[in-house]
Write a protein that binds this ligand. Structure first.
Ligand code: NAP
Length: 281
């Protein structure tokens, strides 16, 4: 069976719209997300446009700061510092990757933990590791929501995550561990990868290599989540060889239309949560 992120995302956004309305009635203002983009990378520009459109769709306010590649870092730092202290701004994100020459760590460090709606800050990652999550990284958070829709009990399941990035693989592994799965994290130095993946009840691919996961690497009846977004000859392709793996999997996410649509939806959910946390202080 397919897990359509598009459908889960539409349901979640419909609920968010109502929650945003309720927040506005209580707080007298809309939740607000500020997005900063540097440079002209077309994929990043599309993501930012979709984030702004997502805010409008659920009734949130958004602020959009666009800087040309070459803008002095100090100028972007000033904007981040202003946004950090602006009480009407609930979430701040800097679209990654930044063009070469910018100090990504320094810029991200200027986002207060409470406004880090990407869930990338050391504190937010640390809280997740301690199973006391506050803001959860959007893509793995979206994957957990999609897993919920299968109705399959996660506890005790053997979960394998391929990829160990701080933004996807690691938080994904921590979320599955917090859900009482037995988790193995694989990466480019993993030996006998196929042997490990073929024992997975839940297999998450977050690698960035088109059709990397082939049918022989997958257990019969596994749940397969494809996080990968690769462009091949102008087409979007996942990290999983969908046509062949689909025949073995009990549930599988397509690309496009799978994990991708959930990511921005969870960003909106994180922004509302940050607004509510501030209002309840
Ligand atoms: P990343 O930072 O490049 O990490 C890729 C991971 O894959 C690394 O841990 C790497 O291992 C591992 N890897 C690379 N080659 C491997 C191999 N041959 N065998 C086993 N592991 C291997 O990428 P990312 O940011 O996590 O993103 C992963 C994919 O998800 C990309 O396609 C990206 O576009 C996509 N993505 C999608 C969404 C969404 O919304 N759907 C959001 C974010 C990312 P090492 O650590 O050893 O190098």
């Amino acid at each position: 069976m397919l897990i359509y992120g598009k459908v889960v995302s539409a349901d979640t956004r419909a609920k968010l719209r109502t929650q945003v309305e309720e927040f506005e009635k209580r707080a007298g203002r809309k939740p607000c997300l500020a997005v900063i983009i540097v440079g002209e990378d077309p994929a990043s520009q599309t993501y930012v446009r979709n984030k702004i459109a997502g805010c409008a769709e659920v009734g949130m306010r958004s602020l959009h700061y666009e800087y040309a590649d070459g803008t002095p870092q100090s100028e972007i730092e000033k904007t981040l510092n202003d946004l950090a202290t602006d009480d009407t701004v609930d979430g701040i994100l800097v679209q990654l990757p930044l063009p070469k020459g910018y100090d990504e760590r320094k810029l991200l460090s200027l986002i207060p933990d409470e406004k880090d709606v990407d869930g990338f800050s050391p504190t937010n990652l640390g809280l997740l590791a301690m199973n006391k999550p506050r803001t959860i990284s959007c893509t793995p958070f979206g994957v957990m929501k999609m897993l919920e829709t299968t109705g399959v009990k996660l506890e005790g399941k053997n979960a394998v995550v391929i990829g160990r990035s701080n933004t996807v693989g690691k938080p994904m592994a921590m979320l599955l561990l917090n859900a009482n799965c037995t988790v193995t994290v694989c990466h480019s130095k993993t030996e006998n990868l196929a042997e490990i993946t073929s024992k997975a009840d839940i297999l998450v691919a977050a690698i960035g290599r088109p059709k990397f996961v082939t049918a022989d690497m997958v257990k019969d009846g596994a749940i397969v989540i494809d996080v990968g977004i690769n462009r091949v000859d102008g087409k979007l392709v996942g990290d999983v060889d969908f046509e062949n793996v689909e025949k073995k999997a009990s549930f599988i996410t397509p690309v496009p239309g799978g994990v991708g649509p959930m990511t921005i939806t969870m960003l909106l959910a994180n922004t509302l949560q940050a607004a509510e946390a501030k209002a309840n202080k």
